[in-house]
Design a protein around this ligand. Sequence first.
Ligand code: ZN
Length: 312
Amino acid sequence: MEKRFDVHTHFIPPEVMQWLREEQTHIPVHWDDAEKMLTINHQWGFRLKEEFIDLHAYLEAQRRADVFHSLLSPIPQLFLYNVEAAVTNELARLYNDALCRLASNHPDRLSALATVPLNHPEQAALELRRAMKNGLKGAIIGPSVEQKLLTDDSFIPFWEEADALDAILFIHPLLCDDPRLKGRRMTNLIGVPWETTVCAADLLLGGWLDRYPHVRILLAHGGGFLPYQIGRLQKGYDVWHPVASSLQAPPLDYLRRFWFDTVVWDHRVLQLLLDLVGQDRVLPGSDFPFDLSQWPPVQSSLEAVQAFLGLP
Ligand SMILES: [Zn+2]
């Protein structure tokens, strides 16, 4: 059987759980014992399965699912872009150092991405450099920071560093805070892919893929709604000069410069994505161990994922 990979999966090392217990004064942490739900900073509670926090349980699940190698990411609930930057940075360093240790102890099975304090972009650039020097492959980042999109001028130092480092930037959504989505779990069900859509469309239309060509941008959940609506962006490019004038190529060309995970939960949708961007841009992902995950991850081109991760 061919090797299976997973580029979209999350883990919380014990050092981070310990920090959360000690930092209750800075970051409110609520634990619902009956439901096993963890809520950090009053946002996006989630069921804390053993596989999130127990490396043995994680590796055992990986083995049972025949997943050969996983690219671990911090959880989005701990990006902490809306707290004091010094606290965000402290946790980022701790989280990244712990993931470095895990990856270097299990180099065949695990590699990892960093979290960075994007609420302080210069610091985020420094932390990205430090983490990658220690062996991480890049960073997982949110789609915006307090309503500021990633093309905001303030993030330029971070983009420049990521470009210089040939970093992977995994754009992972946070919950959408549109009040209309409050009911029926829509903040997650459609708000999450919507956040990725907004971020990716802004990067595309802002010419960011020409400006920082060495950054390898991976979009979560199959790129949200962007692939499905690429024809509309193309129409705007054809008809509206202000859209076309900031781009050197049509939107579909730019769509093919992102990478996408396979976390779309429908084989017809995955086929559409493959048809649009090609096999070499679609990488296997699961979102394990979150409740909404695809486990084991749906596989795609082996060559593509090995090249992306720089693995033999
Ligand atoms: Zn995820």
